[in-house]
Design a protein around this ligand. Structure first.
Ligand SMILES: [Zn+2]
Length: 387
């Protein structure tokens, strides 16, 4: 059923882009959507996560299996606004592109899911099963919103999950995990003419990182689909004067993990290296300050097969099933779900996320708001999920 005209759909996206939810203030997006849902008889609830930050959950349908939908309400900073060809928070149409911060990552996906739910509900759909939208805060930094959905049990009865991140006409069911780790080495300052009075904080940290590079890069643990774990020191600081023995040195490391060498195993292996260095006189402390799990679900599932089939006419060809480079809220939402869970990332998209003049293709946005409706109902009516 058509409730919204194309212009109204684009206005909705425009309204969402105008709300400057730059790593904060998602509550305003959630409140806007709650009111919109209410206008069409769909109940939605805000779940406070932090000051000015609230998740939104909305449901339509009947008893039966639950199809989970998720999208984040935060956006990244527009950066240098003067480099944009138009105001980043005013959705601007140019050559069939809708330009604005968050246009593609991922307010278009979010709006398309909301439109699909409202139109389905108005048509008395789905006739079996439920559709639950879980709109999150803080996906871009920390993934706090999806953590709260997981902890509060919103995923417990979900039997398949679609995240509307900007895949375009590609399907992703797997991605690596990501970890940020800080190592702090402490020594003893001394004049560099008398180093024996001090302890150089840089030396043991360098040795440790050298060993870690070898251990994490020359491993026999591989993943054919996702590729190998990557381990990179991305920030290094130490010392403050050329003729002083450095008292502290720090290193920050980003690790991209795979199920065969996961976050817990990385923590254990690196802690062992730290302990060994400390046993030889170093004073190094390790802090894992960000940890998102790898996700690997089957490429082929009832959900991904239907998405490929229903999306193909819109895509104008076969929709490939690939591994996603980036991390998503699935790291939290799919904790406990094992490796046979139907999951796809599928939303209006292209490569312009996080860039100046970020845009979504106008027609692709509109098409997703339609094809989502066919996909959601087809999934909930698919015999395979009732076995
Ligand atoms: Zn995103």
């Amino acid at each position: 059923m058509s409730i919204f005209t194309d212009e109204q759909k684009i206005q909705l996206l425009s309204d969402l882009v105008a709300i400057q939810s730059v790593n904060d203030h998602e509550e305003r997006v959630a409140t806007y959507l709650q009111k919109l849902f209410a206008d069409y008889g769909v109940e939605a609830k805000l779940i406070p996560v932090a000051a000015n930050r609230a998740n939104l959950v909305a449901e339509i349908g009947q008893a039966g299996p639950v199809l989970g939908l998720s999208g984040h309400m935060d956006v990244v900073s527009p950066g240098e606004v003067s480099q944009w060809s138009s105001d980043p928070f005013t959705l601007t149409e140019h050559a069939d592109k809708l330009i604005g911060r968050g246009a593609v990552d991922m307010k278009a996906g979010l709006a398309a899911m909301v439109i699909a739910m409202i139109e389905l509900h108005a048509a008395g759909q789905p006739k079996q099963g439920r559709i639950r939208l879980m709109a999150t805060v803080a996906e871009e930094v920390g993934e706090l919103g999806s953590q709260v959905f997981y902890e509060q049990g919103y995923m417990d009865d979900v039997s398949a999950l679609l995240i509307g991140e900007p895949s375009g006409y590609n399907l992703f069911s797997s991605h690596k995990g990501s970890m940020d780790i800080k190592l702090t080495s402490r020594g003893q300052a001394a004049h560099s003419s008398m180093p024996e009075l001090g302890a150089n904080a840089i030396d043991p940290l360098l040795a440790l990182l050298y060993q870690a590079n070898r251990d994490f890069r020359q491993t026999d643990r591989h993943n054919d689909f996702l590729g190998d774990l990557t381990f990179n020191t991305t920030v290094f600081n130490g010392g403050n004067q050329v003729n002083s023995i450095p008292e502290t040195a720090t290193a920050e490391i980003n690790v991209r993990t795979i199920p065969e060498f996961d976050n817990d195993q990385v923590t254990t292996a690196l802690q062992r290296l730290v302990d060994r260095a400390n046993g030889q006189g170093a004073q190094v402390e390790m802090a894992v300050y960000m940890s998102q799990n790898p996700v690997q679900e089957p490429k082929d599932s009832p959900l991904s097969d239907l998405a490929a089939r229903i999306g193909a006419p819109f895509a104008g060809g076969v929709i490939p099933k690939l591994a996603l480079p980036a991390v998503t809220d699935a790291s939290n939402l799919l904790k406990d779900k094992g490796h046979q869970f139907p999951f796809v990332v599928f939303g209006p998209g292209n490569e312009s996320a996080h860039q100046v003049d970020e845009f979504v293709d106008r027609q692709m946005f509109l098409d997703f708001s339609t094809l989502y409706q066919s996909l959601f109902v087809a999934y909930l009516e698919d015999k395979r999920i009732y076995r």
